[in-house]
Design a protein around this ligand. Structure first.
Ligand code: NAP
Length: 454
């Protein structure tokens, strides 16, 4: 089966790429394994020089690769260009900082010399999602490669152009073949790659369903595994919130990337004394979001990635409304070409309805009212996921309570939850395990090797 990308705005086929044969995949793993022998002993300075060259090349191609992303998965052209720039910035960051992050640590013991080294381990296999088609791959690959490992990645099957672009970017920048390799394989074929003895570690960013499957394969094969899975992030509005600042950010937090971000705010939990004001302003602002062509700079919300994703979201909403939820705005699927769905706000959502217990991967916000901050935090934590969460408050006590008590991997106060190279990224509970970015991410696929000299 070829890999086909379909433009979600026009519903037209963008391009097709043939799947790799088993022999091609075997050759890719062999090339990666050979490349590792040289790459692991390359100096940080040599690795950094190539990484910076790749960042420069990417920066020079932002509009081209931005248009490619928009055509394959529908994000607005402005956000696609921003994503490419963030990738380049992150490649520069790890080019500059990985050596310090992985510096040998001296530890005092009874020996004459002892400590910990962080040695590269080998070929890391990555299964990647389509929603940030450049960023998800780069945030895993830049630290992993700078640490001296090599990467073989299987991208989501609907963004083959981005997958090919990334592999070519590294080759054109002077990296040896095998340091960063794309394989066009369907997800049914990942088990043979995870089981291959040349692969030493596995990472997946994607759904809980895919995470369970990859974790099982990694477990059976006793391979290190990192999982970045779904979330239903809370956006907690405290009594002291600056509402004029919080409301526009609430809209952005929900509709960013056309609502398809793991760390998008999905549940908005407002203390009762501020709830009327929030609901009115938020519903008004969400109803003003302009839905349309993602290449048009005036567009706030482009299409969802595919017909199946859009139809699934529409069903989640309609069944929840049938169960008693109320749509303050949106909630109806537009006709015409393109996989569009409007910005939607739901209230009175029954806990056992689909919107009450499932991740909504599109521009649909669920608003809950809590008696006070204690109850808001309890509702925020009442979910199987624990990726990110934000608190909107002027009062330090409210901020500190949320930072300490939200059961998530990332808490942001008066800012939208975001990934950044300096801070570790990852979740708790069903949102996965392991970390990307920062020194934590750079060390994930290294061998923390203790040494002791008597
Ligand atoms: P998905 O269906 O799990 O796809 C993600 C990747 O996993 C794709 O490459 C896909 O390949 C592969 N895959 C799917 N089923 C698999 C299986 N059974 N075994 C092995 N690989 C499998 O996820 P999605 O619907 O594209 O992405 C949305 C989900 O990802 C949401 O839950 C979102 O929250 C989560 N996500 C999490 C993060 C994070 O950092 N925590 C970031 C982005 C997205 P095919 O394309 O060939 O099916």
């Amino acid at each position: 089966m070829p890999f086909v990308s379909v433009n979600p705005a026009s519903e037209k086929v963008v391009a097709e790429y043939p799947a790799h044969t088993p022999e091609q995949v075997d050759q890719a793993l062999e090339t990666a394994s050979v490349a590792f022998q040289k790459w692991k002993v390359a100096s940080f300075a040599d690795r950094a020089q190539l990484m910076v060259r790749a960042a420069e090349l990417l920066e020079s191609e932002v509009p081209v690769v931005g248009e490619l992303m928009t055509s394959e998965m529908g994000k607005t052209f402005a956000s696609a260009k921003g994503e490419a720039m963030k990738c380049a910035m992150t490649m520069r960051y790890f080019a500059e900082h990985t050596e310090t992050m992985l510096k040998e640590q001296s530890v005092a013991t009874s020996g004459s010399r002892s400590g910990v080294r962080f040695d590269p381990t080998g070929v890391i296999f990555a299964v990647m999602p389509w929603n940030f088609p450049l960023w998800q791959v780069i945030r895993m690959a830049a630290p992993t490669i700078m640490a001296g490992n090599v990467v073989v990645f299987k991208h989501a099957s609907n963004v083959p152009g981005c997958a090919k672009y990334l592999e070519d970017l590294f080759l054109r920048s002077g990296f040896s073949p095998g340091v960063m390799t794309n394989v066009f394989v369907e997800h049914g074929r990942v088990s043979s790659i995870i089981g291959d003895p040349r692969v030493v570690g596995v990472t997946l960013t994607g759904s809980e369903r895919a995470g369970r499957s990859v974790a099982e394969l990694a477990g059976t094969n006793l391979k290190k595994c990192v999982l970045e899975l779904g979330g239903s992030d809370p956006f907690v509005v405290g009594a002291s919130a600056d509402m004029d600042a919080a409301v526009p950010m609430a809209v952005t937090a929900r509709i960013q990337n056309n609502g398809q971000a793991c760390i998008a705010a999905k549940r908005f939990i407002v203390v009762r004394e501020r709830s009327e004001e929030f609901l009115e302003k938020f519903a008004t602002a969400m109803s003003a979001v302009r839905l349309g062509d993602p290449m048009d700079p005036a567009t706030g919300l482009g299409p969802l990635v595919s017909k199946s994703q859009r139809d699934e979201l529409a069903t989640q909403v309609s069944s929840s409304i049938a169960a008693g939820a109320v749509a303050l705005t949106g909630g109806e699927m537009p006709g015409g070409t393109g996989f569009y769905y409007p910005a939607t706000v739901l209230t009175n959502v029954p806990a056992n309805s689909r919107a009450g217990c499932e991740e909504l991967f599109g521009p649909v916000a669920v608003v809950y009212v809590a008696d006070d901050l204690d109850e808001a935090i309890r509702v925020a934590n009442d979910t199987p996921w624990g990726l990110g969460g934000s608190i909107w408050a002027k009062d330090d006590h409210e901020i500190n309570e949320a930072i300490a008590r939200l059961d998530v991997g990332l808490v942001f106060a008066n800012a939208i939850v975001a990934s950044m190279p300096e801070l570790p990224f990852g979740g708790t509970k069903l949102s996965g395990f392991g970390r990307e970015l920062s020194a934590f991410g750079a060390r994930e696929f290294t061998n923390a090797k203790s040494f002791f000299v008597a």
